[in-house]
Write a protein that binds this ligand. Sequence first.
Ligand code: BG6
Length: 503
Amino acid sequence: MEPTTIVLFGATGDLAKRKIYPALYNLFLDRKLPSDFTLVGLGRREVPVDVFRANVERSLREFSRREGSNSAAVSQFVQSFYYQVLDVGHSEDYDRLLRFVKEREAGYGAVANRLFYLSVGPEFFGPIAENIKASGLGSDCGWKRLVIEKPFGYDLASARALNAKLSESFAEDEIYRIDHYLGKPMVQKLEVLQQNNPVLQALWTNRYIANVQITASETVGVEQRAAYYDQSGAIRDMFQNHMLQLLMMLTSQLPTNSSAEQVRFKKRKVMEALEPLHRQQVGTQIIRGQYAEGNLKGQPVAGYTEEPGIAATSMNDTYIAAKLQIDDYFWRGVPFYIRTGKRLQEKATRIVIEFKEPLQQSAKHPLVPKTPNLLIFDIGPDEGITLQLNARDPKDKGAIKPIHINFHEQTEDMPEAYESLIRDAIAGDPTFFAHWDEVELSWQWVQPILEAFAANEVPLHRYEAGTWGPAAADELLAADGFRWWQDEQQEQLAPAAAAAQLA
Ligand code: BG6
């Protein structure tokens, strides 16, 4: 691997400590980092380099999936870490940074690549990119790449403005937009599963699929992020990015051995085929919710508007459920129900594919109650695939009952999303990053929702913390003759329970 310098903006921040340093450390242990590697951490505060390195070590002990206490490996790892003070608006700081980076790179004996990782608020993306270009940090090197994290904009107009600004300094193929859901192993598996299993390929159409349900439920509330979350809501925080990316990854019909370009092309096609939502339809296809006080795992929890930093009058959405339709050959007529929310009953990201009923029901063994075939992808925190089939139960007079075929992955030793994403960014593989086309089309799709929410044109359903969200979200499916699969059936769908049933 070629010599590489990572220039990390926001080096003392939370994301760096929790995700970036542990990911780099694990890549280092797996020998997936270049041997000539330097990380220059940047922050506003003066921090001596030994204190910075000690802080990195502490974050490894706290957050690395592998032992951060292997002292020899850790000491060797942090030797590549340096720190510089930088105020994002001060051009002379970038000049000093360039001199420092060049000094480090001089020892390599080969031209180094530079990866600029912006782990800072989006308001700084534009000024930083501009200064990287103006100072020459982006020239006189091997490749240069920019890694940024959502939010990419606040709405369609601001996202376009931000992208236009970034494009003045970086080409699209130099910009790696992280959506950490694309780094989750099960999400990355969806492509391979489809391509290598004729069974799935044959079933992946509106002929057999009745509906698809995508859920990302969280038990946490707003946490210490009131200022950000109250401006963002579930729609910007989860739906516009993670949830629509899951939809794209699931429904793109990808050719075998598809290149990053083909993946992007197919994902864009899905977004282009999404039936646009008009502002008048928001009230019928979108459910907006906000958690009220309730109980979670036996503990009383406060309602959203009682949380520190949230105004009592806040109308922010902590829950959203939506019905979407993809108008293409494969998916026409299949409703996609997507929901995400905070302070729900369970922490789980899950895709449930419900198949159509048999063309003819057996008069001898009617399916009562309705138990369709389900294919379930558990994306996190548990990883697994479950297939629900109907079988005869000899212990119950031969009644037809659902059985579950279950595959459950041990996740403890699995690389974290950030590991594979940072490795891909260094290797120059953009497959699992969000391309601007997808980002723009996603904002375009949600824009009428943002406007309807801002104008308070749709009801805000208060739901009790610790439940599955507002009843209105059940009605969204009931109107089409469906129901969410995991509410009462949760124990059946939970991988551990399903495995026990098999045993
Ligand atoms: C982040 C959101 O992008 O994703 C958070 O900003 C959310 O609000 C988190 O909690 C959920 O990620 P995961 O991987 O825990 O499902």
